[in-house]
Unconditional design. Structure first.
Length: 155
């Protein structure tokens, strides 16, 4: 019987260096950010606009081939009181799929309020409204990754 795939953990203080890809997972849209852990800066990278899990993973495979990250970060949506809900479970499943398919470490980062922060940042930059709504997913991934860089021990 094969060993079970380890579940990515929300708390993992082991530091891995190099390029990092981060994901703000959603069923319709998944925002992607990239950063370099030695510099500690995250940048919006891409928006995956497919609802098909297989197609989403194929796009991610191309990004991984291009950027060659040392590890991945996935935002974990929790309720404000810290409890999990259906999207939390789907994000955990997504993280396990990434870890299994790409054989890369995956860090889960609490993403509470990242979407609101992304929308506020876009509004402050004069890029709010419906026209820029999709960009918020990428900015949310950037905020998730930046929060990991700022405090890797809390992820």
């Amino acid at each position: 019987m094969p060993a079970p795939t380890p579940t990515p953990q929300l708390v993992n203080s082991q530091r891995v260096t190099g390029t990092v890809l981060a994901f703000d997972f959603g069923e319709k849209f998944t925002g992607v950010a990239v950063g370099e852990s030695s510099v500690g800066m995250a940048h919006p990278l891409a928006l995956i606009t497919t609802e098909s899990n297989a197609a989403r993973l194929d796009v991610i495979a191309a990004l991984i081939a291009e950027w060659k990250p040392g590890f991945l970060v996935v935002g974990l949506p929790l309720s404000m009181n810290g409890t999990e809900h259906e999207l939390t479970r789907r994000c955990r499943r997504f993280a396990r799929q990434l870890e299994s398919r790409f054989r890369l470490p995956v860090r889960l980062v609490d993403e509470r309020l990242s979407s609101a922060a992304a929308e506020e940042a876009l509004r402050a930059a004069g890029k709010g409204g419906r026209k820029h709504k999709l960009h918020a997913h990428q900015v949310s991934a950037q905020i998730i990754l930046q929060s990991y860089f700022d405090d890797p021990g809390s992820s």
